[in-house]
Structures are given as structure tokens and as C-alpha cells.
Ligand binder design. Structure first.
Ligand SMILES: Cc1ncc(COP(=O)(O)O)c(C=O)c1O
Length: 366
């Protein structure tokens, strides 16, 4: 049996309906910040329970522009986790600020108990990453940030629909950045991103920043960027956003089946303990496995496209060498990088594929 990681063929099997939406954009010649962008922003904000959503051209820019709009730049430090996609720290770096790492919990998110140790007089912000679709421990991070006067910009690129105590990831801090990259739970036909915020001033600044700082055709308020959400991608997003609950619930259903089955393989397999206050949206289904590399090879040889997200934490990547970290600095993240494995968990899996993955993992450890 084959279990593919990508499901884009199935997901966009109804592409003629999307092409029809795009045809409307073409017929209207409405390509730049068109009607579909405004509609998508409204739907996105409503879906998150946020006041405002601002569409931009990628998740990376969502984070970068949110930092810029919050006034974070050269000389500032931003605390984040080392087990994330490079874009998190790429965005911090692009703002001119310095990424500062702190270790993580068994749930793959920044450890709130350790953040205070990383705070210096230069710290301006915390960027928790809701990694793999796990909402970070915002109930502990927010009070600390408030007490220390730090801005919180959330990297919610992997976590649309995740929540803590009913509040959606991305809506806790000053702003939250989302990605609509084809590999994300809510995805479009290329690059796109969204920033959500409840702060009107920040929203207005973001609207300027994403469009060259233009107040109108003839007046430029500030230096900005060209980072508009493409109208065609907004049309694709509008088509898919109505499916988000189904997408999320299906992923949760498969993840719960994995949780239940893999718990029986402890201690060779370690599934993170799930907090009842959290909704996990399983952008990635990750667990820790003994003999991970052998398991990965076995699963791949069995037709299962398992992966590792990621084998090298960011503080040990060459690009981060100027930050001066060393092996041993973040023992939890480093141990996880050696033991984590990701299974396909998407909404187009069939039950027999899920059972096949469980059977193969059980066979490996038998
Ligand atoms: C955690 C995280 N942050 C940021 C990004 C950047 O998003 P994008 O690829 O849309 O720029 C991604 C996804 O690629 C991500 O997974």
C-alpha cells in the first residue's frame, strides 16, 4: 500500500469550481487588491474571531511585516523556539532584530517556564510558534509578556484553527501570522499569508506596509514593501475556507486514532500528552520514536511517506552561526530532532491507510 504525504491532487480535484472564481477576477480585470482579497480577509478574520485580517504574499512576510508594524528592528531581540521552519527566524532576521532561542516542551512548543531566562534589556518581543498545529502555552506566555512589557507576535503559520481554552492561535498577541502555502491545512495555489490583529492602528500600518506605504495613488505615507495578497490566491482561499472545519476535524480524527494506537507502543514510542484545554489541528502528526532513523527507513520502504520536521534545530544551522549557539544549548529540542518522526495525517487519507501505518509501526517494534 502507498501512503503519500501530499494530497494536493485530491484536495483540488474540484478545480473547475476554483477556475470559475478565477475567471470572475479575470473578467473584472480585478487583479491587485481586488474584491476577493477584501472578502477573504473578512472571512479569515471571522473564522479566527479576530477584528482584522490583512492579506500578504506569504507567511514569512506575515511575520516580518507584523514585526515591522510593531516597531521591532535593529538592536532588538525576539525570543522564539529553535524547532521551527527557517521562516520564523528568517522573518525576525529580516526585521533587523536578533533571534534568541529558548528550549521547548514535550509538545514541541516553546517552554514558557524558560522564557524569562532569555530576557535581556534588548528583548522587545516573543514569537511563540504554534508548531505542528499545537497552540503554544499562551496562558503562561501572555502574563509574562505583559509583566515584562514585551510584544507578542505569534507564528501561527502551521496552526489555523488550533486553540487554547477556546481562543484561536494567532489571536492572543498583538498580531498573528498565517501561511496559506500549498502544504498548509488551509492552502492556495502558490504563496500567500495573512496577519490577524485586533489593533486598528497596527492593521492600518500593515495595510500601508504591504503596499509600498501608499495612502492612495498619489501619496506615500511611509516606506513599505510589495507584499500584497494576490487576488487570484484570495479567490482560491475563498473557495477552500468553507472546508476548513471538515479539514481540521478529519485530521483530528486520524490523529486521535494514532494517539490511541501508538500509546500502546510506549516506551519505544512517545506521543505527547494532550492538554484537554487545547485543540490540536495536526498540521504535522509528530511523535518521538526510539531507533527513529531505522523506523523512518522501514516506513518509507513500506510505501509510507513519513518525514522528519526537522533533523537539525535552527540554532545548529550554518546560517545561525553568527548567533553563537552551540550543541547542548537546547537539550530538549536537540533530543527531539534525533527522535521525532512525522506521519501523513491529511484529510484525504483512507481508514485502511491509517491502519496500515499503525500496523507497520507496530510490526517494526514487535
Ligand atoms: C512555522 C512556520 N513559520 C513560517 C512559515 C512561512 O510561511 P510561508 O512559506 O508561507 O512563507 C512556515 C511555512 O512555510 C512555517 O511552517
Amino acid at each position: 500500500m502507498q501512503v503519500k504525504y501530499s494530497y494536493l491532487q485530491e484536495q483540488f480535484a474540484d478545480y473547475p469550481a476554483i477556475l470559475e472564481r478565477i475567471a470572475e477576477v479575470v473578467r473584472a480585470g480585478d487583479y491587485t487588491l481586488g474584491q476577493a482579497v477584501a472578502e477573504f480577509e473578512q472571512c479569515f478574520a471571522a473564522c479566527l474571531g479576530a477584528h482584522y485580517a490583512v492579506g500578504v504574499n506569504s507567511g514569512t512576510d506575515a511575520l516580518f511585516l507584523a514585526l515591522k508594524a510593531a516597531g521591532i528592528g535593529p538592536g532588538d531581540e525576539v525570543i522564539t523556539a529553535p524547532n521551527t521552519f527557517i521562516a520564523t527566524i528568517g522573518a525576525i532576521n529580516a526585521s533587523g532584530a536578533r533571534p534568541v532561542f529558548m528550549d521547548i516542551t514535550d509538545e514541541f512548543v516553546i517552554d514558557p517556564a524558560l522564557i524569562e531566562q532569555a530576557i535581556t534589556p534588548r528583548t522587545k518581543a516573543i514569537m511563540p510558534v504554534h508548531y505542528a498545529g499545537v497552540c503554544a502555552d499562551m496562558d503562561q506566555i501572555l502574563p509574562l509578556a505583559q509583566q515584562k512589557g514585551l510584544t507578542v507576535v505569534e507564528d501561527a503559520c502551521q496552526a489555523i484553527g488550533a486553540s487554547l481554552q477556546g481562543q484561536k492561535a494567532g489571536t492572543f498577541g498583538l498580531a498573528g501570522g498565517f501561511s496559506l502555502h500549498p502544504l498548509k491545512n488551509l492552502n492556495v495555489w502558490g504563496d500567500a499569508g495573512v496577519i490577524v490583529t485586533d489593533d486598528l492602528q497596527l492593521r492600518d500600518r500593515l495595510v500601508l506596509l504591504r503596499n509600498h506605504g501608499l495612502k492612495n495613488r498619489d501619496e506615500v505615507e511611509i516606506f513599505g514593501y510589495n507584499s500584497r495578497l494576490d487576488t487570484i490566491q484570495a479567490a482560491v482561499g475563498l473557495h477552500l475556507i468553507g472546508q476548513l472545519e471538515w479539514i481540521t476535524e478529519t485530521r483530528i480524527k486520524w490523529a486521535q486514532r494514532f494517539d490511541q494506537a501508538l500509546a500502546k507502543l510506549a516506551p519505544q514510542v512517545k506521543v505527547p500528552a494532550r492538554r484537554p484545554q487545547k485543540r490540536y489541528v495536526h498540521h504535522l502528526y509528530m511523535f518521538q520514536a526510539q531507533r527513529r532513523d531505522a523506523l523512518l527507513a522501514f516506513l518509507q520502504a513500506s510505501g509510507i511517506e513519513a518525514k522528519v520536521h526537522y533533523p537539525v534545530p535552527l540554532h545548529l544551522q550554518r546560517c545561525a552561526a553568527p548567533l553563537g549557539y552551540r550543541e547542548g544549548d537546547f537539550p530538549v529540542a536537540e533530543a527531539q530532532a534525533r527522535s521525532i518522526i512525522t506521519l501523513p495525517v491529511h484529510q484525504h487519507l483512507r481508514e485502511e491507510q491509517v491502519e496500515y501505518m499503525i500496523a507497520k509501526i507496530s510490526e517494526f517494534y514487535s
